[in-house]
Structures are given as structure tokens and as C-alpha cells.
Design a protein around this ligand. Structure first.
Ligand SMILES: Cc1cc2nc3c(=O)[nH]c(=O)nc-3n(C[C@H](O)[C@H](O)[C@H](O)COP(=O)(O)OP(=O)(O)OC[C@H]3O[C@@H](n4cnc5c(N)ncnc54)[C@H](O)[C@@H]3O)c2cc1C
Length: 518
């Protein structure tokens, strides 16, 4: 059977709206062999999943697009593993797993993303604090190399030794030299090729953004049962108060995981929204629309996801909340959580969505999502009304938590010194936030880019990573941040890795680092 072909017109842009997309064509393989067939015959190839990339990495620049949208089969499943074709979406995988009581914990916010896409960008979700990023859940990959060779890789089978990873493909030996840089020690990283002294070959393809091979199948570890969660929307009166609460929740949760205490506080994710984000919610009426009201003195809103025992009934959960402040109330996760809020005089202003109350949970999540949506809309309006080259100008950086407040000062000072309007929100439980410019002119975009490069230098000097979860793609500022992080030598080392696996520079040229000029 020959490979399905189509018109590329609908695939010339990803979610970053990177300009100038054009393609040699698009093919829709249904099998690994068909991917190999496409790779053997094309001069250059860009693999794509759902094109939800925020970096331009899924925008073609003349390549043949290999779209995985027809590769949506579950290949194998056991109690703690699932093997899927690369085009299966996270949402479809969660649905399949849920039917047997399982789930995939590190799911990113956008669940329309495909297995191949989340692996290629090492995507991370809000719950990285508890569950890590996609990398931690990948157990095996089927990858097609640029020359059409298929590798069936299981974690643990190919490890680096003496500075390289060696493997046999048919009768050929490939020796992949490891980059010499040391990666920042942070919970999220989507910043070029993974490199560690005894690393696994599987890890090289995770986060490689399609530049080293096309992922055809992925084996993920999964968990069961699906935990119940309560959500708490907590308006804090100051940043120090919010940060102190975040640290207390993180500390208590780690204690619970270490001791296995069944009644301990167990937080999977904490999201934050700053004062400007709150103002945007109010300006857009998102608070009223979702039946939420914040006190006038709110400086930061936290959205906390607390995990609860799978067998807790809704009635028991409400009883526990009702009795939390009563002396002698039975110990439980919810009782401890409520007391922690009450100790800080925050319980009365907190909005709770109890397990099973889907509608309330959706409203609280909608509040969080209304912030990026509100900022993106303002960028769109500025682009339409003020200058056509106005674009989203945002950072995605992570620093070790003990440097977080210092880094927030850097973000603020960098924007304010340049007279910029901005909002900052994100995944505070990981020290990863998204500082966004709200541009009022094209000059604001240029000034914002300079600020972001300055932030990158500061994050790097603090042991953080200037590229946390979205990857590098074709975005010139992100590529510059990568150079700042690892230096020109680091980029040269990555080129050597690519040269070993893709000597003709066929896969995703221009993604992560610029095209090789000989
Ligand atoms: C509303 C919204 C919310 C988001 N939330 C998050 C979030 O919470 N966390 C997060 O990490 N990201 C998030 N993202 C970014 C994006 O969803 C992720 O980067 C995602 O992993 C991309 O998956 P995709 O299937 O859309 O891949 P694409 O966008 O199609 O591709 C992304 C990159 O992977 C490569 N690629 C795709 N498929 C393959 C394959 N089979 N083999 C080899 N390379 C491949 C592409 O070439 C490209 O470089 C969000 C994006 C949007 C629009």
C-alpha cells in the first residue's frame, strides 16, 4: 500500500503563528514502514503532530511534512505500560487508560498534543512538581532515522560510555558523541539535546524536537488508580504570603511522599497568577463569568491541586471540610490543608472545588486559562490595530525554588525599566513561570525581546533553565537563549550529535539551531 498524500496548505503554521510557512508536500503515514519510505525519498522532512508548538518548531520551511495524524493506534497495553503510535493524542490516550482505571500523569495542559509531539518537546504539565515531565514516563521508543533505518529502543539497552553512545544499525556502527555541557538541575528542561555521562539513548530523542529522528511509537509508563483531586483557588494578600504558602505546601507534600502518611498533605500542582493577571481577569469579566470573586487587596492568586484518597466519598470530603477547625476533628489530608489555610487567615477567601464537583473544577480551571487567553487576545488586537509585526513576546523559564523570588524581581525590573506592561503567571510549584509582555507598540516587542535575553542570562547564572517546557523551535530569541545557556561550544557539540545521526541534515533543518553552513 502506498503512503497517503495531501495538500499542505492547512499545515503551514503552528500555534506560535511563526511566519513564512511553506512545504514541499504532506504525507500521512499509517505505519512505521511508511515513515521510513517517506524519509528515504525526501530531501528534507519535518515531522508534525498536532502543531500546537509555541516555538515555530512545527512550522515547515520547505520540507516534506510527515504528519502523524493517521497513526493513532494503541499497540500494546499492560497494567503499568501503554504503547501507542506517535499520532495518538494525550486526550485519546487518557480516555483509553481511564476505561481501565489508569492515567498518564505528566499530561500538558493542551491534551490535543500527540504522543510524538510531547516526547519530542519533553512536554511538562502543571503537575511536574509531583510527577516530573514526559521524559520520566517514557520507557521505549520506535524511531526512524533520516536514512530510513528503524530503531526499536527500550530504556536501559543503550547507555553512554566514555563520552559517546555506540549502536549497531544493520551492519553499520554509529557513534554518537555526547555534548560536553552540564545541564541545569531543574525539574523542567526543554533546551536542546539531553546530555549526561551515563545517559540512555532513549533520552537523546526525548526533547530533540524532531531533529534526530521521527518517532513512530512510544511506550509510556502509566499509573492507576486515577487519584481524586480537590482544587483550591486562593487569593493571597501579598507575594511573600503566597510564596510562603507555596513553600509550606511543597514541604508538607514531600514529607507525605517520604513517609507514606495517608492523611498528609499531598499537592500535585500549584499555579500562580500575579496582580496584572488578576486585573486582566477582571477587565475581561472572567471572574464573574466563572462565579468567582477576589477580595480587593488580592496580590497573587494560587490554584492548588490537592490529591485525595481514591476511596474518599464526596459526603466524607464535605464532612472533613466542615469539621476541619473543630478541636479533635479526625486527621485527614483535607483537614490539614484547611488548617494550613486557616493559620494564614486564607480559608474564608478560598474557593474550593471538591472531588466530583466537575462544574466547579472547570470554573476554577477556566480562571487560570483565561489569563493566557486574555493576554493572547490583547496581543492579537495590538497586531491588528497597531503594527502587523507585533507578536507574542513571552519567556518560559525555570529557576531553583530558592532563587524564585530573586528571579521574580529580575522579571519585574527588566520589564519596568523598559516601561513595559506585562503579566506573569505559571507553574510556581516548579519555579517555572511565563512572563508575558502586553505590547502597546512594535517597540514594546523589541524591548520585550531584550528583556527576555536578560532574564535568560539571570536564570542561567542562578542554575536555572531559560527554556523550560516549550522547546526552542525556530524562534530566534529561544535559539539565542540556548546559545547563552550552553555557549557556542555547546551548539557545536549538538551539531556533532546531529551529524552522527543525520549527516545529510535532512530532519527539521533550522529547528533548535540554525542550518549548517559548510
Ligand atoms: C493552549 C496550549 C497549551 C499548551 N500547554 C502546554 C503545557 O502545559 N506544557 C507544555 O510542555 N507545552 C504546552 N504547549 C505547547 C505544545 O502543546 C507542546 O509543545 C506539545 O508537546 C506539542 O505537541 P504536538 O503534537 O502539537 O507537536 P507539534 O507542535 O506538531 O510538534 C512539536 C515539535 O515536535 C516535533 N515532532 C512532532 N511529532 C514528532 C514525531 N512523531 N517525531 C519527531 N518529532 C516530532 C515537531 O517537528 C516539532 O519540532 C501548549 C500549547 C498550546 C497551544
Amino acid at each position: 500500500m502506498s503512503i497517503d498524500r495531501g495538500q499542505p496548505d492547512a499545515f503551514l503554521e503552528d500555534a506560535a503563528h511563526y511566519p513564512g510557512g511553506h512545504a514541499a508536500g504532506v504525507v500521512f503515514p499509517k505505519t512505521t514502514n511508511e515513515i521510513a519510505e517517506a524519509l528515504k525519498s525526501a530531501a528534507s522532512v519535518l515531522p508534525i503532530g498536532a502543531q500546537s508548538s509555541l516555538t515555530g518548531g512545527a512550522t515547515p520551511m520547505g520540507e516534506l511534512l510527515v504528519a502523524t495524524t493517521k497513526m493513532t493506534r494503541v499497540i500494546d497495553r499492560s497494567a503499568d505500560r501503554i504503547t501507542v503510535q506517535a499520532g495518538m493524542t494525550v486526550a485519546a490516550m487518557q480516555e483509553t487508560l481511564a476505561a481501565a482505571g489508569g492515567w498518564f500523569p505528566p499530561a500538558p495542559t493542551f491534551t490535543g498534543a500527540c504522543a510524538g509531539g510531547i516526547v519530542s518537546t519533553n512536554a511538562a504539565g502543571a503537575a511536574t512538581f509531583k510527577y516530573g515531565s514526559t521524559r520520566d514516563w517514557v520507557d521505549g521508543l520506535v524511531v526512524v532515522l533520516a536514512d530510513g533505518t528503524t530503531l526499536d529502543l527500550k530504556r536501559g539497552e543503550h547507555r553512554a560510555r566514555n563520552g559517546s553512545i555506540d549502536l549497531m544499525t544493520g551492519r553499520d556502527r554509529i557513534s554518537i558523541p555526547l555534548p560536553g555541557y552540564v545541564m541545569p538541575d531543574v525539574p523542567k528542561r526543554s533546551a536542546g539535546y539531553h546530555s549526561a555521562p551515563d545517559m540512555d539513548l532513549v533520552d537523546l530523542f526525548i526533547g530533540a524536537e524532531g531533529t534526530l529522528g521521527v518517532i513512530a511509537e512510544v511506550t509510556f509508563r502509566v499509573l492507576s488508580p486515577v487519584p481524586q483531586s480537590a482544587l483550591a483557588l486562593i487569593p493571597c494578600r501579598s507575594e511573600p504570603q503566597a510564596f510562603e504558602l507555596v513553600m509550606a505546601l511543597r514541604h508538607a507534600s514531600r514529607d507525605t511522599w517520604r513517609t507514606g502518611n495517608l492523611t498528609g498533605i499531598d499537592v500535585a500542582a500549584i499555579e500562580n497568577m500575579d496582580a496584572r493577571s488578576i486585573a486582566i481577569l477582571r477587565e475581561d469579566g472572567a471572574d464573574a463569568r466563572n462565579d468567582v470573586s477576589f477580595p480587593d487587596d488580592t496580590a497573587v492568586v494560587l490554584l492548588v491541586q490537592v490529591e485525595l484518597p481514591a476511596d474518599l466519598t464526596a459526603a466524607d470530603a464535605y464532612d472533613q471540610i466542615g469539621s476541619a477547625l473543630t478541636p479533635g476533628a479526625a486527621d485527614s489530608t483535607l483537614v490539614r490543608f484547611c488548617r494550613m489555610l486557616a493559620d494564614r487567615d486564607l480559608l474564608d477567601v478560598t474557593e474550593l472545588a471538591m472531588p466530583g464537583d466537575r462544574r466547579r473544577a472547570e470554573q476554577l480551571i477556566a480562571i487560570r486559562e483565561a489569563v493566557p487567553a486574555g493576554v493572547n487576545r490583547r496581543v492579537g488586537i495590538a497586531k491588528r490595530d497597531i503594527h502587523p509585526e507585533i507578536a507574542k513576546t513571552a519567556a518560559d523559564m525555570v529557576v531553583p525554588l530558592d532563587r524564585f523570588t530573586e528571579m521574580m524581581d529580575v522579571y519585574r525590573r527588566g520589564f519596568e525599566d523598559r516601561g513595559l506592561d506585562y503579566a506573569i503567571w505559571g507553574h510556581i510549584s516548579d519555579g517555572n513561570v511565563h512572563p508575558n509582555v502586553i505590547p502597546r507598540s512594535y517597540e514594546d516587542v523589541e524591548r520585550g525581546k531584550n528583556a527576555i535575553l536578560e532574564f535568560g542570562r539571570a536564570a542561567t547564572s542562578m542554575g536555572g533553565c531559560p527554556l523550560a517546557e516549550h522547546g526552542v523551535g525556530r524562534n530566534p530569541v529561544k535559539q539565542q537563549l540556548l546559545r547563552q545557556l550552553y555557549g557556542e561550544q555547546g551548539i557545536a557539540d549538538m551539531r556533532e550529535v546531529k551529524r552522527a545521526l543525520d549527516p545529510e541534515w535532512k530532519l527539521s533543518p533550522g529547528v533548535i539551531f540554525g542550518k549548517l553552513t559548510l
